[in-house]
Each structure stands twice: as C-alpha cells, then as structure tokens.
Design a protein around this ligand. Structure first.
Ligand code: PLA
Length: 406
C-alpha cells in the first residue's frame, strides 16, 4: 500500500479550552473536577436544562403544525426580532426606526464569524482591536475572516483589575475607523468589567475617534443576574445614535450550549442602509452553512415572546448567576480559612462565570496532576463548574499549589 496522500499532515494541538475537557474525560479519578470550559453545573455537578426550556420544547413537540422546512438564510424572523429587543431594549429607538438588522447565527462564535466576514468584505478599516487578554478563540475567528488583529491593554495583573489608563491610551492611538471588540459584560477570562462611568468614557473616546464597536455578548444575564443591567454597555453605544455590531449567544444564559443558537446584529444609521447590509449578510451566510438550524431558535422565540415564560426564564437565570456568586464567596472563605498566602479578594470582586485566579502555568499543572482539577493554563477557573461539595477540594489544591509551587 502506498502512503496516505495526507501522510504529511501534522498532529494539531488540542484547543486550549475545549482540550481541557478532552483531558478531563480521560482521567479515571473519582475526585476529578472540570473547571475548564464555561459550562454551568448544578450543586450536584450535573449539566442543567432549564425548566422553561423543557417546557418550550414540549410545546414545540406537541405542535403538529410545525414542520422541518429550511429556515430563510437569515433564520427565524421572530427569533431575530426578539433577540434584538433582548439586547438593545424593548423600547430601543434604533429598532423602532428599523435601523437594526439581525440574523440568526450559530451561537456566539458563528455570530462573531459572520460579523467579521461582513466587515472584511464591506468595511474600509480591516484592523480589529481585541482586549489583552481575551477569549482564546477571538484572534482565530477574526484572522480567518480576513481582519488584522491588534490588542489593546485591558488587565493589570498587579491590581487584578482593569488597566483603564492603558485601555484609553491604546484606543486613543488606534487609527480612526478601527474596529474594537468589546465584551458586553462578564469579561472572559478576567471577570473584570469597566464601571458605568468608565464605559461612558470609552464610548466618548471611541465615538470621537470614529472607532467601530463590535460587542461580544456571550453572558447577558449571567453577570448580574439581570438581563437589562448586563446589556447596559451596549445600550449606551446605541443610545448615542451611532453604529455598532453585536454578537449574542444563548449558550450560557439559556443553557442551550449544544443547540448553537445566537444572533448577529448591526445597528445602522438609517433603515435603508440596514436593508442593504442585511442583503449582504445573506451573501456571507449562504455559502458558509446556507441557513441556520430551527430547533434552538424556536425554543428561544417561544420563551421570549411569552410574558410568563420570559419571567420564568429570568428567575432561573438569576438562580444560576446567584449560585455562581455564592461559589465565589465559598471559595474565598475556604482560602481564608486555610490561611492561603496572598490576597484572594479578586475571587469575590470578579464578575461572571470565571475567576482569573492569578495561578501560573506550573501551579495549574500541579493542581491537575496532584488533585485532578482541570482548568485552562492561564489560571482561569469556571466558577459555574464548582459546588459546595467540591469547593474544599479546590481550596486544598490552590493552597498546596501556592505554598509548594513557585
Ligand atoms: N464569546 C465569549 C467571550 C465566550 O466566552 C464564548 C464561549 C463565546 C463567545 C462563544 O460561545 P458559543 O459559540 O458557544 O455561543 N466561551 C466558553 C466556551 C464558554 C468556548 O470556549 O467555546 C469558554 O469556556 O470560554
């Protein structure tokens, strides 16, 4: 037999985030703990399907008038309208003036990719500034779409807080028109968000320099437990009448991870521009995956359009957010109780799904080897994967890592 025509293909490394789950799955230890990927778990350590999602699915299954036809290229129309309302606000003038175009995409990642492909084709400035650090997939998505990626300062490791002056300086030095990727809330991986005042300063600077905001909203409702509060940053940018882009994911806030349901919106200056923009988004999507899947979007639309189900969702969402916040407190208390050297107050100060612990690569490797705790090598842990039962084990591991590994 002759060699494979692919014989020269080299083995690729695992993904820095999803590869953590691959390693976790291979571990036979009964105490193993996966704090890598940001996926919500219950106090019992189980994945959660929201009650309201089960209910919506039941309604969909029982409705025999529903068929499995292709959706339009832009997805489910109801879903798109409701998604825009969810993120921009029920009374958003931009929506009322028909200046917003929203297309259903494959969760947050697909929304970012469609948006990036559109910008690469139709926007004059091809440079996108992303925060340093950011979600590991951002640079890959934007580069593959044809944009050129640069970073702006975001996080100061010594304060474990926002490097606000660095951020303003770097955006101030960006070329006029450059695209700027902003995490709408619950910044991943740092858990550090600007305050409202800081957002306002960022907005003023960006508008004065004509920088184009591209919001990644993967955690609406997960940061504060309140859907409106978590959209405040985006709404500030829409309220000034300027243009902006937004990628929405329902993976975390509705627990629809594997359904791959999300939305991409562009807020334009006029309805006429929005119509033409949408026509071009269709040309981006059609050769990529033709049209999006129907099931997840139907679940979301069912919940968003019914007042009672919407309320039920927001209660369940708040419960998830609250459980994460209580895990922060429990972990912080457990480290204090152990007298673990260092200041751990960032655990309770940071926002959203993750804690950026400050543990280094060697300490992370130690915790995985000795304690079977899996996390990304940058020291990020998913608080959503933790429970009262597993906090002591994690605290023991952190204590041992900090006291024995430099
Ligand atoms: N944007 C940010 C900032 C994210 O953190 C994630 C997911 C996404 C977009 C994309 O999510 P979606 O495509 O599933 O909607 N980040 C996860 C998972 C939760 C991942 O890496 O894919 C994470 O662990 O960082």
């Amino acid at each position: 037999m002759s060699d494979s025509v692919f014989a020269s293909v080299v083995q690729a490394p695992e993904d820095p985030i999803l590869g953590v789950t691959v390693a976790y799955n291979k571990d036979q230890s009964p105490v193993k703990l996966n704090l890598g990927v940001g996926a919500y778990r219950t106090e019992e350590g189980k994945p959660l399907v929201l009650n309201v999602v089960r209910k919506a699915e039941q309604m969909l299954v029982n409705d025999h008038s529903r068929v499995k036809e292709y959706l339009p290229i832009t997805g489910l129309a109801d879903f798109n309208k409701l998604s825009a309302k969810l993120i921009f606000g029920a009374n958003s003038p931009a929506i009322q003036e028909n200046r917003v175009t929203t297309v259903q995409c494959l969760s947050g990642t697909g929304s970012l990719r469609v948006g990036a492909e559109f910008l690469a084709r139709h926007y004059h400035e091809k440079t996108i500034y992303i925060p340093q650090p950011t979600w590991g997939n951002h640079p890959k998505v934007f580069t593959l779409a044809g944009l050129s990626v640069k970073t702006y300062r975001y996080y100061n490791p010594s304060t474990r807080g926002l490097d606000f002056s660095g951020l303003l300086e770097d955006l101030g030095n960006a070329p006029s028109g450059a695209i700027v990727l902003l995490h709408a809330c619950a910044h991943n991986p740092t858990g550090v968000d600007p305050t409202s005042d800081q957002w306002e300063q960022i907005r003023q600077l960006m508008r004065s320099k004509e920088l184009l905001p591209f919001f990644d909203s993967a955690y609406q409702g997960f940061a504060s437990g309140n859907l409106d509060a978590d959209a405040e940053s985006i709404r500030m940018f829409v309220a000034d009448g300027g243009e902006c882009l937004a990628a929405q994911s329902y993976a975390k806030n509705m627990g629809l991870y594997g359904e791959r349901v999300g939305a991409f919106s562009i807020v334009c200056k006029t309805a006429d521009v929005a119509t033409r923009v949408e026509s071009q988004l269709k040309l981006v999507i059609r050769p990529m995956y033709s049209n999006p899947p129907i099931h997840g979007a139907s679940i979301v639309a069912t919940i968003l359009k019914d007042g009672d189900m919407y309320t039920e969702w927001s209660v369940e969402l708040k419960a998830m957010a609250d459980r994460i916040i209580s895990m922060r407190q429990q972990l912080y208390d457990a480290l204090c109780a152990r007298g673990t050297p260092g200041d751990w107050s960032h655990i309770i100060k940071q926002i959203g799904m993750f804690t950026f612990t400050g543990l280094n690569t060697s300490q992370v490797a130690f915790m995985t080897k000795e304690y079977h705790i899996y996390m990304t090598s940058d020291g990020r842990i998913s608080m959503a994967g933790l429970s009262s039962r597993t906090v002591p084990h994690l605290a023991d591991a952190i204590h041992a890592a900090v006291t024995s590994v430099a």
